[in-house]
Design a protein around this ligand. Sequence first.
Ligand SMILES: [Mn+2]
Length: 320
Amino acid sequence: MLSEIAAELESGGGTTVLLHGNADPDALACAFAISRAFNDVAIVAPGGLDRLAKVLAQQLGVDVAQGSDAPIKGRILVLDTSGPDQIPLDLDHSAAMVIDHHARNHAWDDARIYYCDDSKSSCAEIIYELLRETGKNPDRDVALALMTGILTDTGNFRYARPASIIAFAELMELHGTGTDEAIGLVSLDMDLSERISQLRGAQRLKYWKVGDKVVAISQGSAYEASVCKALLHLGADIAFVGSQRGDGFRISARATSDMVRAGVHLGKLLNGVGSETSNGGGGHPGAAGISGVGDVEAMLNISAENAIRLLKELESSGDG
Ligand SMILES: [Mn+2]
């Protein structure tokens, strides 16, 4: 079926490649590869690109029309999109060809061609296969883009299947490109102000040791979540970072995935702190926040006390 799609793309008349909303590097890399391999291909992202895909598009000079009013010409090829509802457009499915690697979705059953290989960790691997089957060798930029798609969709290989790593290695060998180059294509430069916030956060850090775990708090004026992540990199297992805004305060909290597996739920923890102090707190197990009226330093200490108590409880229940 891939060769059927390739033959269609080869047959003239032009193609519009459509991407899912907030398209990611995998989607963009696939579209870029198709646009280099076949004639008269336009890339349209009706729901825009995500931050990393924007960086990738800029680095490789990929032309992408964004927004739902972008013109759609010729045949339609939908890439890396798990369902029609992912595309904010009134789309005639029956005219579309679809290539995807997510779970098979019956909403695509009426598409003209629906090629879904959910054994692949990234769509980039399927597009690489399509190029190989049609004897089109990816050029250096396309190889790099596809490598980036594989990297980002596998969480830098954390969730990669053997086939992802084989495809990645073959793409590397084509032009002697390095993994670092592919990673570099989607790295975000941090603003100076964000980096200064992280450094200040480290400067004002307070921490407690609980067994072999570390709870850290710090204060700043901005980028609380980013400072939290920096504190986790420095060695904290749980971090709370807050800022004072007049009478109000705002605190972000982060925990490592090890802590979450051990039973820490920061959303519940901050929800408890919130009801204790009549403020609003909540969120996910590993990422949460609380804001309201009060003194940020006092609120940070209360949050840390709760985290320390929780760690002691987890420790003693682990012993028993
Ligand atoms: Mn994907």
